[in-house]
Write a protein that binds this ligand. Structure first.
Ligand SMILES: Nc1ncnc2c1ncn2[C@@H]1O[C@H](COP(=O)(O)OP(=O)(O)O)[C@@H](O)[C@H]1O
Ligand SMILES: [Mg+2]
Length: 265
């Protein structure tokens, strides 16, 4: 049943599984399959995520059998067809708005609580940690589905469908929070640690064109006025540091430092 490997990340490998499915095999010791299976169950029927077909055990590793979505991921597509940058940015925004239109069930973790834990784990100097916690304390809970790691590497683009994958960090929150995380990844961090894929896919100029077009399309298409995106950006900048990506650290600390100075005048 198990076929060629299609992708490999920190937590899991993805292989073909028959003709129409893939299996996401989690590495031993990672519990992300529980969170992802729960999120996929909530998303069933909405058409944005692959269908969860089965949960299997493969030589001691838990595998989620997922509907196989067609098409390359959007990062690969940007690399192959950079002239499509504006259309792809709009498709990214449309997919993100479709996620945020879904009301979250009670089973999903609360994004604000998840972020509070990550800020504690970020190894920040106390002054910046306290600042980030204070900003988070002033932000609302929300009831919509937030993907948690929305970037063009987690969006598969086919002629007739744009599908979103990788729902391990999915939580319940306000759309602005998830939008801010995507903005952070597009403008200040690298979505796929270790390989500067976005920077390779686009020149620096192309990257900022892509990020701005995504932001514009997201804002224009949002059914609500976006509130406090800058505060969410601050919180996500702090939380991102818990992912331990050394190359990003100085930039992210610098951003937090400036945000704190602005806030305290
Ligand atoms: N449902 C799917 N259909 C087709 N390909 C998939 C599917 N899920 C994952 N993949 C492939 O596997 C890769 C990694 O999957 P992903 O869920 O993003 O895991 P991670 O980023 O944690 O390694 C994707 O980039 C894609 O190439
Ligand atoms: Mg991924």
């Amino acid at each position: 049943m198990i076929g060629a490997r299609l992708g490999a990340g920190r937590e899991a490998d993805v292989h073909a599984w028959g003709d129409d499915a893939v299996v996401k095999l989690y590495r031993p010791g990672f519990g992300g399959h529980r969170a992802e299976a729960l999120a996929l169950a909530e998303l069933a029927g909405h058409g944005v995520a692959p269908r969860l077909i089965d949960v299997v055990d493969c030589a001691g590793r838990t595998g989620l059998v997922l509907e196989r979505l067609a098409g390359p991921d959007m990062l690969t597509l940007l690399q192959r067809r950079p002239w499509r940058v504006l259309g792809l940015a709009r498709a990214l925004a449309a997919a993100h708005l479709a996620v945020h239109a879904i009301r979250a069930g009670d089973g999903l973790p609360t994004l604000r609580e998840t972020l509070a834990v990550r800020i504690e784990d970020a190894g920040l100097p106390p002054r910046l940690r306290d600042f980030a916690v204070r900003v988070l304390d002033g932000l609302p809970d929300g009831d919509q589905v937030c993907h948690g790691d929305f970037h063009p590497g987690n969006v598969l683009v086919a002629a007739n469908r744009v599908g979103v994958i990788d729902w391990v960090g999915t939580a319940r929150g306000v759309p602005e929070a998830d939008h801010a995380r995507a903005l952070l990844l597009l403008t200040r961090a690298d979505p796929l640690p270790g390989t500067p894929v976005l920077s390779r896919a686009l020149t620096a100029a192309g990257r900022s064109v892509f990020a701005r077009a995504y932001a514009r399309a997201y804002t224009a298409g949002s059914p609500r006025t976006l509130r406090r995106v800058d505060s969410w950006l601050t919180v996500h900048t702090a939380a991102r540091l818990s992912e331990g990506i050394d190359g990003e650290r100085p930039t992210l600390i610098g951003l937090l430092d400036r945000a704190q100075h602005r806030a305290t005048g």
